[in-house]
Design a protein around this ligand. Structure first.
Ligand code: C5P
Length: 219
Protein backbone atom coordinates (compact mmCIF):
# COMPACT_ATOMS: atom_id res chain seq x y z
CA UNK A 1 0.00 0.00 0.00
CA UNK A 2 1.16 3.54 -0.78
CA UNK A 3 0.43 6.57 1.42
CA UNK A 4 1.06 9.98 -0.16
CA UNK A 5 1.29 13.03 2.10
CA UNK A 6 1.52 16.40 0.39
CA UNK A 7 1.19 19.99 1.48
CA UNK A 8 2.91 23.35 1.76
CA UNK A 9 6.16 24.12 3.58
CA UNK A 10 6.33 23.42 7.32
CA UNK A 11 2.84 21.91 7.57
CA UNK A 12 4.37 19.10 9.65
CA UNK A 13 4.38 16.51 6.86
CA UNK A 14 7.76 14.93 7.61
CA UNK A 15 7.22 14.68 11.37
CA UNK A 16 3.83 13.06 10.86
CA UNK A 17 4.84 10.85 7.90
CA UNK A 18 7.79 9.48 9.87
CA UNK A 19 5.54 8.55 12.81
CA UNK A 20 2.87 6.99 10.58
CA UNK A 21 5.54 4.90 8.83
CA UNK A 22 6.94 3.77 12.17
CA UNK A 23 3.51 2.81 13.49
CA UNK A 24 2.61 0.83 10.36
CA UNK A 25 6.13 -0.54 9.86
CA UNK A 26 6.28 1.07 6.40
CA UNK A 27 9.29 2.59 4.64
CA UNK A 28 9.39 6.38 4.86
CA UNK A 29 10.64 8.56 2.01
CA UNK A 30 11.17 12.31 2.48
CA UNK A 31 11.20 13.67 -1.08
CA UNK A 32 11.88 17.21 0.12
CA UNK A 33 15.25 15.96 1.40
CA UNK A 34 16.09 14.84 -2.13
CA UNK A 35 15.37 18.31 -3.60
CA UNK A 36 17.41 19.75 -0.73
CA UNK A 37 20.38 17.48 -1.62
CA UNK A 38 20.42 18.72 -5.21
CA UNK A 39 20.15 22.30 -3.91
CA UNK A 40 23.09 21.77 -1.53
CA UNK A 41 25.32 20.57 -4.37
CA UNK A 42 24.17 23.49 -6.55
CA UNK A 43 25.17 25.98 -3.84
CA UNK A 44 28.47 24.22 -3.12
CA UNK A 45 29.41 24.30 -6.80
CA UNK A 46 28.56 28.01 -7.01
CA UNK A 47 25.85 27.37 -9.64
CA UNK A 48 22.87 29.77 -9.79
CA UNK A 49 19.80 27.82 -8.52
CA UNK A 50 17.69 29.04 -11.45
CA UNK A 51 20.27 28.25 -14.16
CA UNK A 52 18.41 25.26 -15.60
CA UNK A 53 21.21 24.16 -17.95
CA UNK A 54 23.94 24.29 -15.30
CA UNK A 55 21.78 22.59 -12.65
CA UNK A 56 20.77 19.88 -15.13
CA UNK A 57 24.44 19.24 -16.01
CA UNK A 58 25.20 18.68 -12.34
CA UNK A 59 22.51 16.01 -11.83
CA UNK A 60 24.88 13.23 -12.95
CA UNK A 61 27.00 13.98 -9.86
CA UNK A 62 24.09 13.54 -7.41
CA UNK A 63 23.77 10.24 -5.61
CA UNK A 64 21.21 10.31 -2.79
CA UNK A 65 20.62 7.57 -0.26
CA UNK A 66 18.75 7.12 3.01
CA UNK A 67 19.60 5.11 6.09
CA UNK A 68 17.14 4.42 8.93
CA UNK A 69 18.17 5.92 12.29
CA UNK A 70 16.73 6.07 15.81
CA UNK A 71 14.75 9.27 15.12
CA UNK A 72 13.77 8.68 11.51
CA UNK A 73 16.40 8.56 8.83
CA UNK A 74 19.77 9.93 7.77
CA UNK A 75 20.25 11.46 4.34
CA UNK A 76 23.45 10.94 2.35
CA UNK A 77 24.68 12.92 -0.63
CA UNK A 78 27.48 11.09 -2.45
CA UNK A 79 28.22 9.14 0.71
CA UNK A 80 28.35 12.20 3.01
CA UNK A 81 25.82 12.50 5.85
CA UNK A 82 24.04 15.78 5.02
CA UNK A 83 20.99 15.26 7.28
CA UNK A 84 21.60 18.53 9.15
CA UNK A 85 23.30 20.54 6.40
CA UNK A 86 20.27 20.29 4.09
CA UNK A 87 18.08 21.95 6.77
CA UNK A 88 20.13 25.17 6.72
CA UNK A 89 18.40 28.38 5.70
CA UNK A 90 20.31 28.89 2.42
CA UNK A 91 19.33 25.42 1.23
CA UNK A 92 15.72 25.91 2.38
CA UNK A 93 15.35 29.23 0.60
CA UNK A 94 16.88 28.06 -2.70
CA UNK A 95 15.21 24.65 -2.94
CA UNK A 96 12.07 25.94 -4.70
CA UNK A 97 14.09 27.42 -7.57
CA UNK A 98 15.99 24.15 -8.07
CA UNK A 99 12.78 22.11 -7.73
CA UNK A 100 11.13 24.11 -10.52
CA UNK A 101 13.62 22.80 -13.11
CA UNK A 102 11.90 20.01 -15.11
CA UNK A 103 15.02 17.82 -15.47
CA UNK A 104 15.49 17.85 -11.69
CA UNK A 105 11.89 16.76 -11.19
CA UNK A 106 12.15 13.96 -13.76
CA UNK A 107 15.35 12.58 -12.22
CA UNK A 108 14.02 12.66 -8.65
CA UNK A 109 10.55 11.41 -9.58
CA UNK A 110 12.16 8.33 -11.22
CA UNK A 111 14.15 7.62 -8.05
CA UNK A 112 11.09 8.13 -5.84
CA UNK A 113 9.04 5.66 -7.90
CA UNK A 114 11.86 3.11 -7.68
CA UNK A 115 11.91 3.49 -3.88
CA UNK A 116 8.11 3.05 -3.74
CA UNK A 117 8.27 -0.04 -5.96
CA UNK A 118 10.19 -1.84 -3.22
CA UNK A 119 7.09 -2.18 -0.98
CA UNK A 120 4.78 -0.47 1.49
CA UNK A 121 5.64 3.21 1.67
CA UNK A 122 4.77 6.55 3.24
CA UNK A 123 6.08 9.31 1.00
CA UNK A 124 5.81 13.03 1.66
CA UNK A 125 6.32 16.03 -0.60
CA UNK A 126 4.45 18.40 -2.88
CA UNK A 127 3.48 16.26 -5.89
CA UNK A 128 3.31 12.72 -4.55
CA UNK A 129 -0.48 12.30 -4.91
CA UNK A 130 -0.64 14.16 -8.23
CA UNK A 131 2.48 12.97 -10.07
CA UNK A 132 4.83 10.56 -8.30
CA UNK A 133 2.30 8.01 -6.99
CA UNK A 134 -1.02 8.88 -8.68
CA UNK A 135 -2.44 5.47 -7.70
CA UNK A 136 -1.62 5.71 -3.99
CA UNK A 137 -4.39 4.11 -1.94
CA UNK A 138 -4.34 6.96 0.60
CA UNK A 139 -3.58 10.58 -0.24
CA UNK A 140 -3.54 13.30 2.40
CA UNK A 141 -3.12 17.01 1.73
CA UNK A 142 -1.94 18.65 4.95
CA UNK A 143 -2.36 22.38 5.44
CA UNK A 144 -1.97 24.86 8.31
CA UNK A 145 -2.03 28.66 8.51
CA UNK A 146 1.17 30.52 7.60
CA UNK A 147 1.38 31.91 11.16
CA UNK A 148 1.16 28.46 12.71
CA UNK A 149 3.71 27.01 10.27
CA UNK A 150 6.15 29.86 11.01
CA UNK A 151 5.66 29.28 14.73
CA UNK A 152 6.42 25.55 14.36
CA UNK A 153 9.50 26.26 12.23
CA UNK A 154 10.69 28.83 14.79
CA UNK A 155 10.50 26.24 17.59
CA UNK A 156 12.23 23.67 15.34
CA UNK A 157 14.99 26.14 14.53
CA UNK A 158 15.53 26.94 18.19
CA UNK A 159 16.30 23.29 18.87
CA UNK A 160 18.84 23.34 16.05
CA UNK A 161 20.40 26.60 17.26
CA UNK A 162 19.20 28.50 14.14
CA UNK A 163 18.12 32.05 14.98
CA UNK A 164 15.65 33.60 12.51
CA UNK A 165 12.80 35.91 13.65
CA UNK A 166 9.30 34.48 13.27
CA UNK A 167 8.27 37.39 10.98
CA UNK A 168 11.09 36.50 8.56
CA UNK A 169 10.03 32.85 8.62
CA UNK A 170 6.43 33.85 7.76
CA UNK A 171 7.68 35.73 4.71
CA UNK A 172 9.99 32.89 3.64
CA UNK A 173 7.23 30.28 4.01
CA UNK A 174 4.76 32.39 2.03
CA UNK A 175 7.37 32.93 -0.72
CA UNK A 176 8.12 29.19 -0.90
CA UNK A 177 4.37 28.36 -1.07
CA UNK A 178 3.99 30.81 -3.91
CA UNK A 179 6.94 29.41 -5.90
CA UNK A 180 5.90 25.80 -5.30
CA UNK A 181 2.25 26.42 -6.28
CA UNK A 182 2.91 28.47 -9.40
CA UNK A 183 5.70 26.49 -11.09
CA UNK A 184 4.84 24.87 -14.44
CA UNK A 185 5.96 21.30 -13.71
CA UNK A 186 4.10 19.40 -10.98
CA UNK A 187 3.04 22.39 -8.89
CA UNK A 188 1.96 21.97 -5.28
CA UNK A 189 -1.71 21.05 -5.60
CA UNK A 190 -4.23 18.92 -3.78
CA UNK A 191 -4.98 15.74 -5.77
CA UNK A 192 -8.69 15.37 -6.61
CA UNK A 193 -8.88 12.22 -4.48
CA UNK A 194 -6.80 13.50 -1.53
CA UNK A 195 -8.23 14.03 1.95
CA UNK A 196 -7.72 17.63 3.13
CA UNK A 197 -6.36 17.82 6.67
CA UNK A 198 -6.02 21.21 8.35
CA UNK A 199 -3.54 20.74 11.20
CA UNK A 200 -3.54 24.34 12.48
CA UNK A 201 -5.15 23.41 15.78
CA UNK A 202 -4.23 19.72 15.94
CA UNK A 203 -1.37 18.12 17.84
CA UNK A 204 1.12 15.82 16.09
CA UNK A 205 -0.47 12.82 17.83
CA UNK A 206 -3.95 13.83 16.62
CA UNK A 207 -2.77 14.14 13.02
CA UNK A 208 -0.99 10.77 13.15
CA UNK A 209 -4.09 9.10 14.63
CA UNK A 210 -6.29 10.63 11.92
CA UNK A 211 -4.05 9.37 9.11
CA UNK A 212 -3.77 5.89 10.65
CA UNK A 213 -7.56 5.73 10.90
CA UNK A 214 -7.93 6.81 7.24
CA UNK A 215 -5.44 4.06 6.38
CA UNK A 216 -7.43 1.46 8.31
CA UNK A 217 -10.62 2.48 6.47
CA UNK A 218 -8.88 1.72 3.17
CA UNK A 219 -7.32 -1.64 3.99
O1 C5P B 1 9.47 19.46 2.19
P1 C5P B 1 10.68 20.35 2.20
O2 C5P B 1 10.44 21.68 2.80
O3 C5P B 1 11.89 19.68 2.77
O4 C5P B 1 10.99 20.59 0.64
C1 C5P B 1 11.98 21.48 0.21
C2 C5P B 1 11.58 22.02 -1.17
O5 C5P B 1 11.65 20.98 -2.14
C3 C5P B 1 10.16 22.57 -1.29
O6 C5P B 1 10.06 23.94 -1.00
C4 C5P B 1 9.82 22.34 -2.75
O7 C5P B 1 10.26 23.40 -3.54
C5 C5P B 1 10.65 21.13 -3.12
N1 C5P B 1 9.86 19.89 -3.21
C6 C5P B 1 9.18 19.64 -4.37
N2 C5P B 1 8.52 18.46 -4.54
C7 C5P B 1 8.51 17.54 -3.57
C8 C5P B 1 9.17 17.78 -2.34
C9 C5P B 1 9.83 19.00 -2.18
O8 C5P B 1 9.16 20.48 -5.27
N3 C5P B 1 7.89 16.37 -3.79
Amino acid sequence: MQIAIDGPASAGKSTVAKLVAKQLNYVYCDTGAMYRCVTLLVLRRGVAPDDAAAVTALLKDVKISFKPSADGQLVFLNGEDVSLTIRQEDVTNNASAVAAIPAVRTALTDQQRAIADAGNIVMDGRDIGTTVLPHAELKVFMVASVEERARRRFLDNQEKGIDVPVETLEKEIAARDHKDSTRKTSPLKQAADAVLLDTTSLSIEEVVAKIVSLYQERR
